[in-house]
Design a binder for this molecule. Structure first.
Ligand SMILES: [Zn+2]
Length: 439
């Protein structure tokens, strides 16, 4: 049975892979695991599970809301340095540890006709969480589960990033291409992928592949980037007293009128398109006519056209809500409402090409590990490289987790070594390994 599956995979693998990507894809096969250093690294990951678990708990307990990742970044930098890497923190706040490849330029030879030198592979995990400063992040244990906000997303990814880097060092593995181990800022929400954007600005022209570790599990591989827009509507007015100024236009009324129009908007099931009114705020007290009301909306779609359409529908609905409120206010001489609708963030879409050597490497690793996985569309750090035509995937880093982005978030480390080994083998499959030991 298993042999039949392997043959299906091999037969459906594009033949082109081999000619355009000779060294790494040849090694991505079982040849990779025949190398004794690779087996030492795989073993290291298994033997050092307790320290990987500890790392995850320690990093999770350092608060790291988007834009406030510095303390957690410093801790990751120290872990890279303990592992023997030279690590640095860039201007955006990303932690970067480099391992020079044996012959990156020779390997990039295939691409010389294109005038670029894609001699580097990046393994990344985001540092930030969605939880605001002050959130209790102490890890509690309940039977086999660990509970804490951020424990899985992205405590798992960060722990795996550090573990894989340590395993590569411990086994004295010398990659063919340069490796970048990166803990990046700004993946969540209004971070708007700023960490990954800065990394692609700096290294994009050199990147052969990007592997993003995000959250737990090993059952999927994100190969399609889900495009999204984050919008904010702000409506302002003069504000006043609930009794004596009654009849004056009210920004909250206008926002509600506009919101009701927007949520009645039809969206297609295919291409799948969603919206969420995620945050609403404004007003000063129950007995005041507010001078301001704000609404944040997240729009996602498999289609750029749908995104653009919903963005303009939102703008029209808010404008109509303001108009309705002005038309219906009992005393229009008592001031005018102003409004604006702004783009808070925009994540571009993209798709990994079907014949990508990176995907071929991952599939072979899944076969080796006996780990079936399904391709998936999602919004991750991989959006940025994918939107620019750089091969990228996002994968979970093992174990099981749930309740992401909620205070009930949990993680169960059972079986996590498969996730760690999968990350290591995919990285080495993409970079290739060189003869001899790295010292
Ligand atoms: Zn995440």
């Amino acid at each position: 049975m298993k042999r039949a599956i392997l043959w299906v995979i091999l037969l459906t693998m594009p033949a082109r892979t081999i000619s355009t990507y000779a060294a790494p894809s040849a090694q991505a096969s079982t040849g990779l695991t025949e190398d004794s250093r690779v087996r030492i690294a795989l073993d290291w990951l298994k033997k050092n599970l307790p320290s990987t678990n500890e790392t995850q708990i320690r990093l999770t307990e350092i608060p790291a809301p988007s834009f406030q990742e510095a303390a957690r970044a410093a801790a990751v930098k120290a872990l890279f340095e303990q592992a023997g890497f030279h690590a640095e923190i860039d201007q955006t706040g990303n932690v970067i540890a480099k391992l020079a490849g044996a012959s990156p330029s020779a390997n990039a030879g295939n691409n010389k006709t294109n005038g670029d030198h894609r001699d580097t592979v990046m393994l990344s995990a985001h540092l930030d969480t969605v939880f605001p400063a002050g959130t209790e992040v102490k890890v509690h244990r309940e039977n086999d589960r660990w509970l804490a906000p951020g424990i899985s997303d992205n405590g798992t990814g960060l722990a795996a990033l550090v573990a894989v880097a340590r395993a590569v060092q411990a086994a004295h593995l010398k990659p063919q291409l340069n490796l970048l181990f990166v803990a990046n800022v700004g993946e969540e929400g209004e971070g708007n992928l700023r960490g990954m954007r800065a990394l692609i600005d700096a290294y994009g022209a050199h990147l052969r592949a990007v592997i993003v570790l995000d959250g737990s599990s090993t059952d999927h591989v994100t190969t399609k980037a889900l495009a999204s827009r984050r919008m904010e509507a702000v409506i302002t007015g003069p504000g006043g007293h609930s009794w004596s100024d009654f009849g004056m236009p009210n920004p909250i009324n206008a926002l509600v009128r506009g919101s009701v129009r927007f949520i009645a908007t039809k969206v297609p099931a295919s291409p799948r398109t969603t919206f969420n009114l995620g945050q609403i705020e404004g007003g000063t007290s129950i007995n005041s006519i507010p001078y301001e009301a704000r609404l944040k909306v997240d729009i996602r779609s498999e289609s750029e056209q749908e995104l653009a359409r919903l963005e303009s529908v939102l703008r029209e609905c808010i404008a109509a809500g303001v108009r309705d409120e002005m038309d219906n206010s009992r005393d229009r001489t008592r001031g005018k409402l102003e409004f604006k609708v702004e783009l808070l963030g925009s994540r571009p879409g993209g798709e990994l090409r079907a014949d990508s050597p990176l995907l071929a490497a991952l599939r072979l690793d899944d076969e080796y590990l006996g780990n079936p996985s399904r391709p998936e569309r999602s919004s991750t750090d991989a959006n940025i490289p994918l939107s620019l035509g750089i091969d990228a995937i996002s994968i979970g880093a093992g174990g099981n987790g749930g309740g992401a982005h909620s205070l009930q978030e949990w993680y169960d480390p059972a079986g996590r070594e498969i996730g760690l080994q999968r990350a290591l083998l995919t990285l080495l499959g993409a970079s290739g390994i060189a003869e001899g030991a790295a010292r």
